[in-house]
Design a protein around this ligand. Structure first.
Ligand code: SIN
Ligand code: CO
Length: 373
């Protein structure tokens, strides 16, 4: 495996073994000559859209204030101590998406999104911790990070955002454009802008087991099949008509214990769950879609690419795309897994796929889930 400048000259395997979930890593010039994907004004423009999640955080005096987007008028650029965070920029911008792709040594099922923050001098979100790992890439200007491994994660009550009560930083670094800081989950940190700055955060998904459990049970309601209906030919007379009898309880328990799930059910649930786009995501179908015939011809020549917004995963013979699952035949598997891993498929592959898959590709094209390359 290749050593990556992005990881300070170590291989992804080494990074995962030594740092991932374990300890911070500061990488000077992770991306030498880094140029921001978006200008300040483009970021502000994005924060005004209603299909983009954003937060404006003002720390004026001792007060913290937070306002969710879409943003209207922002404070003046001369005013110190405010920051604006825009979530999911990779869904809307090719350069931001390309940057995220560099982190695909970590699986798509774990990658969340690229957040971009803009801050005026002294701006930041306060000392806090996150429950996921994060890569903090300095994009423009300087930011001073103070970090610490503290166990006391008590937060100040009554704040509009998570602020640590007793922040005890142990290390401090000033990041320049192209520098990057990796932090494991629950590592306390505070990043303060030194003059105007922009920071990119590559964040990860860490669904709670509670959330997964609730989702799985909901998923299972669609697939359980129990036959028969309650019956009690042996019913006995009762002097306690309000009591649920032991006999009834045992009979129902015996039937419900027939509910079984296999690892394959969990795989299908996980694939559908993890490939489901966030509720704010809307796909843009082609304005004048081609006919199936024209699409097949054009795709065979040019190839296809997944939309930035499409989430595509697979496990065994199951393929998942934007919350839907499909069983894939052995002969189609190579092409579809190549599309999922590479997020594009060469034209030469298109005539090889079965008519069913071709039809699915056409539907995904019409829904804006993929495009011609
Ligand atoms: C920021 O970019 O200001 C905040 C990122 C973070 O601390 O997670
Ligand atoms: Co953070």
């Amino acid at each position: 495996m290749k050593k990556l400048t992005l990881l300070g000259g170590i291989t992804p395997r080494q990074f995962l073994k030594e740092y991932w979930h374990k300890k911070p890593l500061l990488i000077r010039q992770a991306i030498p000559g880094f140029k921001p994907a978006l200008s300040r004004d483009q970021l502000f423009e994005m924060a005004r859209r209603d299909d983009v999640e954003s937060r404006l955080i003002c720390h004026f005096g001792k007060q913290w204030q937070m306002q969710h987007g879409p943003q209207g008028e922002l404070p003046s650029l001369d005013k110190k101590g405010w920051t604006m965070l825009v979530q999911g920029v990779n869904l809307h911008d090719d350069k931001a998406d390309a940057l995220m792709q560099q982190f695909r040594f970590i699986p798509d099922s774990r990658l969340d999104d690229l957040m971009i923050s803009y801050a005026t001098d002294t701006g930041g979100v306060g000392p806090h911790f996150d429950s996921y790992d994060v890569f903090l890439l300095q994009a423009h200007g300087q930011r001073r990070w103070r970090i610490g491994p503290q166990k006391d994660l008590t937060l100040i009550e009554g704040m509009p955002l998570k602020i640590l009560k007793n922040f005890q930083p142990e290390q401090e670094f000033v990041l320049e454009p192209g520098d990057m800081l990796y932090l494991p989950p629950h590592y306390a940190h505070d990043g303060i802008a030194v003059g105007e700055c922009m920071t990119y955060s590559v964040g990860f998904r860490t669904p709670s087991y509670q959330e997964l459990g609730e989702g799985f049970l909901q998923f299972m309601t669609e697939s359980i099949e129990l036959s028969g209906r309650y019956a009690d030919p042996d019913l006995e007379m009762t002097n306690h008509p309000a009591e649920i009898s032991r006999a009834m309880l045992s009979r129902v328990a015996a039937e419900l214990e027939k509910i079984r799930f296999r690892e394959e059910d969990i795989a299908i649930f996980l694939g559908e769950y993890l490939s489901e786009p966030k509720p704010t995501v809307f796909f843009t179908p082609p304005a004048r879609p081609m006919t199936m015939e024209r699409f097949t011809q054009a795709a065979s020549k040019r190839g296809i690419v997944l939309s930035r917004k499409t989430r595509m995963l697979y496990r065994g013979k199951h393929l998942f795309i934007n919350g839907e699952s499909f069983m894939v035949s052995r002969s189609d598997k190579a092409a579809l897994t190549a599309l999922a891993d590479g997020r594009r498929l060469d034209g030469a592959e298109i005539p090889q796929v079965s008519p069913d898959v071709l039809e699915a590709l056409f539907t995904w094209y019409r829904d804006g889930w993929l495009e011609l390359a």
